[in-house]
Ligand binder design. Structure first.
Ligand SMILES: Nc1ncnc2c1ncn2[C@@H]1O[C@H](COP(=O)(O)OP(=O)(O)OP(=O)(O)O)[C@@H](O)[C@H]1O
Length: 334
């Protein structure tokens, strides 16, 4: 495509580029490999969930992206710059789980104070509107619910109009309604093209709000793809169909077993149940080569995929059993 200014090109500098990233901690009981060789490229405009069990290395990775801690080895670039430079340029902001709020000022004053830290005086209203909390502008922060405080942190993060927004388990402790409202505000904002990376324990949040899920376990990436791809990776799909009563089930079953990607074939009366990594091929075979009917294809849910992929991973990422989680989120709010 060309414009009066010349050819328009898609952005080629990644929002985040992590190569061979490692982070080790010394603890009284030995070395903890919190991040153990992460390679990851996230392009501008992507909404990515960093999903993993406790101690997977999500917070440690986010802390390095925010320049709060240094990698033990490997490289990390944010829009082609060091984290410190990207943050100084106001291109990165974060919504963390805790910290960063003063209880005795109002919601609007909090946003105005944040703006003053950036050397500007802005009206709070547009940011409160975008975070969905314009109606509580005059409320004392200490009187706000946990969900409202998280949306306030989101409004504060918006003040620098960052190109990359990082959220570390932003909805921990919120009720279902609070989580829904929080994500609705984030999602609307993402539609403007902002890059969003969030860490979460909630599988349904990753499933519902991310375009891409990076599944981490033991400091490594164990899967990376869309929610549908992750589900398929872990367990494939199940194809079931009713065979024609006059068909020769033995022959059909043997032919299906020979198809690429088929794991198991079960027979229950006239119904066959095929577990496969390539459901298209099985479905095509059944519908074009047999008189099978009532065909259904189902994917495992993300929770099953999560358990399968994270428990299948070897435990060699740590030299010792991981100590209780230590996070560095306090005070990280910008
Ligand atoms: N400062 C530290 N000193 C020692 N070990 C640490 C430190 N920070 C993190 N760890 C360990 O590194 C591993 C990864 O922790 P991290 O907080 O990054 O995981 P996480 O995926 O964010 O987990 P959670 O979901 O529980 O917050 C854990 O075993 C944790 O105990």
């Amino acid at each position: 495509m060309t414009t009066p200014q010349g050819p328009r090109s898609l952005p080629t500098t990644p929002a985040l580029a992590l190569h061979g990233l490692h982070k080790q901690f010394s603890s009284p009981s030995g070395t903890v490999r919190a991040v153990n060789g992460i390679d990851l490229t996230i392009m501008p405009g992507e909404v990515v969930a960093f999903l993993g069990p406790n101690g997977a290395g999500k917070t440690t990775t986010i802390d390095m992206v925010l320049g709060l801690s240094q990698a033990s080895s490997g490289t990390l670039e944010v829009f082609g710059h060091s984290p410190a430079d990207a943050i100084a340029a106001g291109r990165v902001a974060a919504v963390m789980q805790t910290g960063g709020l003063l209880r005795d000022i109002t919601v609007a004053e909090t946003v105005e104070l944040t703006a003053s830290l950036f050397g500007s005086s802005v009206a709070a209203a547009p940011y409160l509107e975008r975070a969905g909390i314009a109606d509580i502008a005059d409320r004392m922060v200490g009187k706000c619910s946990g969900g409202q405080q998280q949306r306030l942190r989101f409004a504060m993060a918006l003040v620098s109009e960052p190109d990359l927004l990082l959220l570390d388990e932003p909805t921990t402790g919120m009720d279902v309604e609070g989580r829904r409202e929080f994500w609705s505000a984030i999602r609307q904002d993402a539609a403007r093209g902002r890059t969003i990376v969030f860490a979460t324990h909630y599988l349904e949040e990753a499933d519902a709000y991310a375009d891409r899920i990076v599944l981490v376990s033991q400091g490594r990436i164990v899967a990376d793809g869309s929610s549908a791809e992750i589900k398929n990776l872990a367990s494939g799909r199940t194809v079931t169909a009713l065979l024609d009563a006059e068909a020769e089930p033995g022959q059909v079953l043997d032919a299906i077993r020979a198809l690429d990607g088929v794991d198991t074939v079960e027979e229950r009366g006239n119904r066959i149940i095929v577990r496969t990594s390539d459901s298209d091929t099985v479905a095509r075979y059944l519908l074009t080569r047999t008189k099978a009917r009532d065909l259904e294809v189902t994917a495992e849910n993300l929770e099953e995929a999560f358990v399968a992929l994270t428990s299948a991973h070897p435990t060699s990422a740590t030299d010792v059993p991981a100590p209780a989680a230590v996070t560095a989120t306090e005070g990280a709010l910008r």
